[in-house]
Design a protein around this ligand. Structure first.
Ligand code: ZN
Length: 252
């Protein structure tokens, strides 16, 4: 089991950088939650813990203490830049070498490729979260909130998904993560607007289904189950149809 600790920067009383109507703390949380969904749903043998899953104040020491006591294999801190500029850069602690530098290369390259962001380079810095973690650690700066071109991208759900997918792909490469085998997935809807997917998922939950919203291919898919057996998927789909949902089975 590979243990990935995801740290969405800032939160609560600390908004982080702000600009163009964006708050860093909100964007980092969106990317982190999307990344967690991808890792737990699409990969096997990976376990994820986050320093926060809501808009909560968490000190830097609390973040690194949590990762250290959990015994994480990797610490990934997600931030948004400010101060004028454009694109993506990543940081590791100065002089650490492999495997931290190898992991940085994998994550960095894949985020650039998935996002199309301008490459500002692989850098080092003496940041608390890089210094006080007892496992390899990286901090990514995903665009600039105070540069309107970057901010406009960060405002779209599909771009947030690309950033999350880039991080996931980098982790896949760095840790040799394996994709889950093709499962029979029972879906009850797919939407361009996340709020619509969330509403359907809530409705399904209220009727006793275990619903999750998965961002994929520019859509938000509402899934109520995934099985290696087609019979189980069909039985669940039948139950969903009976409850008034339009259920279908996918293998994507
Ligand atoms: Zn930050």
């Amino acid at each position: 089991m590979v243990k990935i600790f995801i740290d969405p920067g800032h939160g609560g009383t600390d908004s982080g950088a702000t600009g163009n109507g964006l708050q860093e703390k909100a964007v980092t949380l969106e990317i982190a939650l999307a990344l967690r969904t991808i890792l737990t749903n699409e990969y096997e043998g990976v376990s994820v813990t986050m320093s926060r899953t809501s808009d909560k104040t968490v000190s830097l020491t609390e973040r690194t203490d949590a990762a250290n006591s959990w015994g994480a294999d990797y610490f990934l801190s997600i931030h948004i830049n400010s101060g004028g500029g454009t694109g993506f850069e990543s940081y590791i602690y100065p002089g650490v070498g492999a495997p931290t530098s190898t992991y940085q290369s994998a994550v960095h390259t894949q985020v650039i490729q998935a996002s199309g962001f301008n490459d500002r380079g692989k850098k080092t810095a003496n940041f608390h979260v890089l210094r006080e973690t007892s496992m390899p650690a990286i901090l990514t700066e995903n665009g600039f909130v105070d540069t309107s071109a970057d901010a406009n991208k960060l405002k779209t759900a599909s771009f947030i998904e690309s950033l999350a997918r880039g991080h996931a792909k980098g982790l896949e490469q760095a840790f040799g993560l394996k994709k889950k085998a093709d499962l029979y997935k029972v879906q009850i809807g797919a939407f361009k607007v996340k709020a619509n997917a969330d509403a359907l998922a809530a409705d399904a939950e209220s009727k006793g289904f275990d619903a999750i919203v998965l961002p994929k291919g520019g859509l938000f898919k509402v899934q109520i189950g995934a099985f290696s057996s087609r019979d189980y998927a069909e039985a669940l789909a039948a139950r969903a149809e009976k409850a008034g949902f339009d259920a279908f089975i996918m293998q994507d």
